[in-house]
Design a protein around this ligand. Structure first.
Ligand code: SAM
Length: 275
């Protein structure tokens, strides 16, 4: 690897790129807290967006890590910084857009893994939904915008309850916000407060491919009656039959319906359509 001084000069030349959602985490107490929340298991670690490698450096102390980074300028720095770990195979660096990697490979690692990352916010929701689909991903511990973390952890009757909270309930054993992180912990500072989100998936469960689309339709007008929103998917008579079958009140609003009931509803709607 390059000498410390050469490395410092390389890092100083890097300008954070907005289009890649680059906000580098500089507060070491936050890095420590993320490391302390690492599950105690033998899973591999996948990191998305290692950036300048500050989180990576802590992760490789404990486990083998595979990281996906899209920015060519950062790849050079990471390769010198982690030359030893790459050589000893403790660290594998993939230069590719992670969403493309998922399309091409289906899994981000060829064995059970935990995803730990300070995510690029512009695709954070997408990444988490892809991690839900990836059957080899067990834990998700990611820094995201606080509002996004609240949506993923929302429960029935909460203000933020929507498709994301419902899918989280259906795929996980546990989900919670670990702690909030102020903009000052990053360089450059983001405009928003961040949170570290923790999700322990239940690997025996799967989410139906079309569920997200169905749920989005259910919440299209979140304050209206659910039966009204369902109108974009089903004829009136079918909605009536569905409500009767599930013994539902016509006044129900989308945020008042439990995730398991949504799952049942979706199954019935799908089966009804096939006929
Ligand atoms: N892990 C570093 C840290 O904590 O300081 C950087 C986090 S920064 C919020 C997000 C990182 O994700 C950046 O390094 C960015 O280049 C990378 N990134 C953005 N879009 C990506 C994509 N589609 N695939 C892989 N990495 C991406």
């Amino acid at each position: 690897g390059a000498s410390d001084e050469v490395m410092k000069a390389m890092v100083e030349k890097i300008k954070a790129k907005k289009e890649f959602g680059q906000n580098f985490l500089k507060d070491s107490s936050i890095l420590d807290k993320i490391i302390q929340s690492m599950p105690h298991n033998n899973n591999h670690i996948v990191e998305i967006g290692p950036g300048l490698g500050d989180l990576t450096k802590n992760l490789v102390k404990y486990k083998d890590v595979t990281a996906y980074e899209v920015d060519t300028d950062l790849i050079g720095i990471l390769k010198s910084k982690f030359a030893n770990e790459i050589e000893s195979k403790k660290f594998t660096l993939k230069h590719i857009d992670v969403l493309r990697a998922w399309d091409e490979l289906k899994f981000l690692h060829d064995g059970k893994y935990d995803l730990i990352a300070n995510l690029p916010y512009y695709i954070a929701t997408n990444i988490i939904l892809r991690a839900f689909e990836d059957e080899l991903c067990e834990h998700i511990i990611v820094m995201v915008q606080k509002e996004v973390a609240q949506k993923f952890t929302a429960k029935v009757n909460d203000k933020e309850y929507s498709s994301l909270g419902i899918m989280t309930e259906l795929i996980s054993k546990e989900s919670k916000i670990l702690f909030d992180v102020p903009p000052t912990a990053f360089d450059p500072m983001p405009k928003v407060t961040s949170s570290v989100l923790y999700i322990k998936k239940d690997l025996s469960k799967k989410i139906d491919k079309d569920l997200n689309k169905f749920l989005k339709a259910c919440f299209v007008q979140p304050r209206k009656k659910l039966s009204k929103n369902l109108g974009s998917l089903l004829e009136k008579s079918k909605i009536l039959a569905l409500y009767e079958e599930l013994d539902l009140n016509d006044n129900l609003r989308p945020h008042e319906v439990s995730s398991s009931l949504y799952s049942q509803m979706h199954t019935k709607v799908k089966n009804g359509r096939d006929k």
